[in-house]
Design a protein around this ligand. Structure first.
Ligand code: NAD
Length: 286
């Protein structure tokens, strides 16, 4: 795997170094799915704070529009057309970034897609649909394998360069389990777990790793949701609307429904708790 630069003394554990502050001026920030939505918004913010931005996306048109808009605002931005789920393309792109920009300080694994469907849907006793393997695989490929590949290749280059770095993985509040999103919830939960693994494995090289789990955010990704589900989401209602008989009887939760942190408090009522939704009106499902 080639030479590995010695550990950088500036990146000691436990907050001992000033160099671990949030100073991004002059840093190279790579953002997958940077062509639009949350990725584009992050690129604009990092750019405003003085970072140079590398945008990665499958959409050449979105890449070009975002790059041009950043450049017009005085931000140094490069764009790279790449499918994050394709190993060869990811490796080649990371090599180009290092060759173009000289280093890699922050890797944000943000590219994501939805292919929602119920696991199995029945009506009047007949099965009417199932989540297809293609729907499952597409989301796992982009939202999980893409994070793995880009995170791995970024970490390798950060270690070689010896300057440490930061890897941020974009998960979702759906990681707790959201009806209609077997594929998406599984991928986003795995991304949160990956982040913990990487934090343990990469800290020794001065690479910090974190997860952000956004809630509902108006972007194009929502266009693939069922309109009635989307309307509920945007009204701030849970899209997991369980009947009253499943209400939590435990006194401690603050609302009528159990949310993930409260679920344990229902253990005094196991029959009910085993059927309780893991979502609450207070924690919208995205
Ligand atoms: N919008 C929300 O409400 C919300 C909530 C929680 C989490 N998220 C997560 O935030 C991230 C960004 O979502 P968004 O809302 O900005 O969506 P978006 O659809 O607006 O943007 C996603 C971007 O990823 C790109 N992309 C898709 N597949 C790709 C691939 N194979 N390779 C490279 N790029 C690819 C798209 O072209 C697009 O530019 C996603 O991981 C999403 O799961 C979004």
């Amino acid at each position: 795997m080639g030479n590995v630069a010695p550990r950088n003394a500036d990146y000691k554990r436990g907050g001992e170094s000033e160099s671990k502050s949030m100073e991004v001026n002059g840093k190279i920030v790579v953002i997958t799915g940077g062509g639009r939505g949350i990725g584009r918004a992050m690129a604009e913010r990092f750019g405003r704070d003085g970072a140079q931005v590398a945008l990665l996306d499958v959409s050449a048109a979105d890449l070009e529009a975002t790059r041009a808009s950043l450049e017009a605002a005085g931000v140094t931005a490069r764009s790279y057309e790449v499918n994050v789920a394709n190993e060869e393309q990811v490796i080649a792109t990371m090599d180009r970034i290092i060759s173009d920009l000289g280093r890699l300080d922050v890797m944000i694994n943000n590219a994501g897609i939805l292919r929602d469907a119920l696991l199995v849907k029945a009506k009047d006793g007949a099965i009417v649909s199932k989540m297809s393997l293609a729907q499952w695989q597409a989301v796992i490929d982009v939202n999980l394998t893409g994070v793995f590949l880009c995170g791995r290749e970024a970490a390798e280059r950060m270690i070689r360069l010896g300057n440490g770095g930061v890897i941020i993985n974009i998960s979702s509040v759906s990681r707790h389990g959201n009806a209609g999103q077997s594929n998406y919830s599984a991928a986003k939960a795995a991304v949160a777990a990956l982040t913990v693994v990487w934090a343990k494995e990469l800290a020794r090289y001065g690479i910090r790793t974190g997860t952000i789990s956004p809630g509902g955010t108006r972007t194009d990704i929502l266009a693939t949701m069922r309109p009635d589900m989307l309307a509920k989401l945007l009204r701030g209602e849970t899209i997991c609307n369980y009947p009253a008989r499943l209400r939590c009887k435990a006194p401690s939760p603050p609302g009528p429904w159990c949310s993930p942190p409260d679920a344990g408090s229902c253990s005094s009522s196991p029959t009910i708790s085993s059927r309780l939704p893991l979502l609450s009106r207070r924690s919208p499902t995205w």
